[in-house]
Design a protein around this ligand. Sequence first.
Ligand code: FAD
Length: 401
Amino acid sequence: MGGSRDYDVLVIGSGAAGLAAAVTATRAGARVALATKGSLQACNSAKAQGGIQAALGDDDSPELHAADIFKSSHDTADLRLVEALVGDGRSAIHWLEELGCGFNRENGGYRLARCGGASRKRLLQVGDRSGHAITKALRDAFESSPALALQEHALVGLEPLAGGWRATLGQDGSLVTVEAATVVLAAGGRCFAEAQQLGVFSTNHPNATGEVTRIALEAGAEARDLDSLQYHPNGGSWPQTMQGYAIPETTRAYGAVLLNASREEFTDSLGPRDVVSAAIFRECEEGRGVQTPDGRPAVYLDTTRISREDADLSLPYLLRRFRGAGIDPLVEPLLTYPVLHYQNGGLVIDEHAETTLEGLYAAGEIAGGTHGRNRMMGNSLLECCVFGRRAGRAAAEKAKA
Ligand SMILES: Cc1cc2nc3c(=O)[nH]c(=O)nc-3n(C[C@H](O)[C@H](O)[C@H](O)COP(=O)(O)OP(=O)(O)OC[C@H]3O[C@@H](n4cnc5c(N)ncnc54)[C@H](O)[C@@H]3O)c2cc1C
């Protein structure tokens, strides 16, 4: 690998995974270019609210974290990837802190919340704009590095060369090619495009369209669980301006519960996502849900049970958004229904984030296996940091070899 290529490492995508890979590869001494379809800020990662999981509590361990992932995935997760994810959790959080991301703290430690499917409090937060804070820290590190940013450059083709890759990028109707010894694909999932086809709401950024997965498959990479898409249990249902908004799962971590039309709790509000979403679908299909003023199915999320202190510390953005839309979540329950949220499956990778093709890496939502067929909340941002760093490191090393 290496030689006369334009770059050592080409990263595709500027979400948390792509930025983590680019920063790490640059720090490992590689010449890095990052191409992204829109602006550097345009991605799902910046929209993430709830937080990032890592086993940092006194009663917690990477082994317990791994066990929760397996249980939530119904034993479909890839052992090697889960071990890498939970094993790197602590160092990923410390790395983000070094880059300037300040997680909420209390009583001398982190303010940890318990999220759906978790046996321990494990979710670190920056208010309820955790993704914004994490991507800002990563973007600042990227922008102060010598790496080249190619904004508004979409990957449209990828072909192997002897000892490297040639990427074709579309920009403003014209095509440019970039050659690199190694490539890291970090272009996220496809739930925006999928939701449009299905005619349902999605939490995703419009750039989440999935063509990079198709390009990698055409180049010969393997994928797994591509049919497995995740519904976030709590999409906003009313008012219309909040439809498709992902009500953070931390509402339930801080005491909100799901209620049907008779105001009865019909499921464990802190169950795994697929179980909670299925329970809401069932409640509505069997006539025990409520209707939004525009005739859509919904159930109540009783956010009035959240204490004012918890809401002010951990849900300020939610309060602002709903109050701005005329509803105070601490005074009346919200109307909610599942929305398309996440692509569980993706490109097959090993523990160094290498796909089944040599020199081609994948990190973040575009990769499959870490969550099996059902992701727990908070593990995606961790996956982006852990496998983004692993991909950046391995891609830089292979390029130099
Ligand atoms: C509303 C919301 C809330 C969430 N909350 C949480 C949470 O609290 N905790 C958690 O862990 N996870 C959460 N998630 C999930 C998590 O944020 C994402 O799965 C994760 O951030 C994906 O990161 P990524 O870097 O893989 O992809 P993204 O952040 O989606 O970035 C993909 C990048 O690739 C670019 N791109 C796409 N196609 C191309 C192309 N053809 N060429 C070049 N570039 C391309 C995009 O423009 C973008 O820059 C949430 C997701 C959403 C949408």
